[in-house]
Design a protein. Structure first.
Length: 107
């Protein structure tokens, strides 16, 4: 269980930072784009490994929800995007859903 949580966490972090760097790139061939593309590609390869090792019905909702949460946090912290009460509530619902999915999936 710890290994799968660690793998999903690394996937979420690498993919989200890759998306951030892609968004911040000024052109297709600048450093931000290349780093972002590389990180996002690494996230994809890690995702393929996760899919082979775990049930799709568990890891897909957890990963999708986790990407929503991590991109919300990155948007707020680094892009000064608004994080109003409704987004906070929605993000908390997603986090609770992820926890419930994971507890149910491991039982």
């Amino acid at each position: 269980m710890i290994k799968s949580i660690l793998l999903l966490s690394i996937y979420l972090l690498v993919s989200s930072i890759g998306l951030y760097r892609l968004k911040m790139s000024a052109a297709v061939m600048d450093v931000d784009f290349l780093v972002g593309f590389g990180l996002y590609g690494m996230g994809f390869l890690l995702w393929l490994y996760i899919l082979r090792a775990h049930a799709l019905s568990l890891v897909f909702p957890v990963a999708a929800g986790g990407l929503i949460v991590t991109t919300q946090v990155i948007g707020y912290l680094f892009l000064q995007e608004p994080f109003r009460v409704t987004r906070i509530a929605g993000t908390l619902f997603i986090i609770v859903g992820i926890i419930l999915m994971y507890i149910q999936g491991e039982a």
